[in-house]
Design a protein around this ligand. Structure first.
Ligand code: C5P
Length: 223
């Protein structure tokens, strides 16, 4: 970025897929690679922001000079975000957060037994981090979410934006091949709080991250 549009701003970015532990050797997770979130962290840093990247385990190397906080579960992520959000100017939730977590975590490895042909896992809903953030959000703070949809992209995304009091939502259609999870490319529809939307072409996550950061900076300016 020629002008440092986020100079002096503190931006928190979350990335990767959370891991919900079942026992000491097993967990539930999802297909998130963390690429989108890492690209957003790099773009925010390039725009002059002081960046905290809260990351679930990924294979990626974080951008230099970014403060990295490593987490595993949704509960860890919620704690890390809620502790830091009050000091931040903006939060970009690019992490693919589990919707459910095991009701209990076994202390020992779950065993198969001769009479045990089925195993029923009981799961409970995870806390909705953005909904919790919405409760403590100040008017000058900006929150950005991601939405992975497979149908009714715009309608679902607009609802999500309102429900989570977001300023910006990047929605992508994960049913399309070659974009989204694990891919280097993505295509998103940006939806703003006023309901307006625009779609990016299919392009690299780096280009999409830059477009997102530009919008975030504009929203911060007008607050
Ligand atoms: O409702 P849905 O999971 O589709 O919303 C996606 C957005 O909400 C993402 O930005 C994700 O990081 C965030 N999220 C969250 N807490 C959850 C689930 C998702 O903050 N428990």
């Amino acid at each position: 970025f020629a002008p440092q549009i986020l100079q002096g701003k503190h931006v928190i970015v979350t990335a990767g897929g959370t891991r919900e532990r079942l026992d000491p050797v097993r967990f539930l997770t999802n297909d998130s690679s963390g690429k989108m979130g890492y690209a957003v962290a790099a773009a925010a840093q390039a725009a002059g922001a002081d960046v905290t990247l809260i990351s679930a385990p990924t294979r990626l190397t974080p951008p230099e000079e970014v403060t990295v906080v490593s987490i595993q579960s949704t509960t860890d992520l919620a704690d890390a975000v809620l502790a830091r959000f009050p000091q931040a100017d903006a939060l970009v939730m690019a992490a693919a957060v589990a919707d459910f977590q095991p009701l209990t975590v076994a202390d020992q490895k779950i065993k198969k037994t001769a009479d045990n042909d089925e195993l029923i896992l009981k799961l409970k809903k995870t806390p909705d981090i953005l909904a919790e953030v919405a409760k403590i959000k100040k008017s000058q703070q900006v929150t950005v979410g991601f939405a992975a949809e497979t149908q009714n992209l715009l309608a679902n995304a607009r609802q999500k934006l309102q429900r989570k009091s977001l300023d910006l939502l990047a929605a992508n259609d994960v049913s399309q091949a070659g974009i989204g999870f694990n891919s280097d490319d993505n295509q998103v529809t940006f939806i703003q709080a006023d309901g307006t939307s625009d779609q990016t072409p299919k392009t690299s996550k780096r280009v999409i991250a830059t477009a997102l950061i530009k919008r975030l900076a504009t929203i911060l300016e007008t607050k």
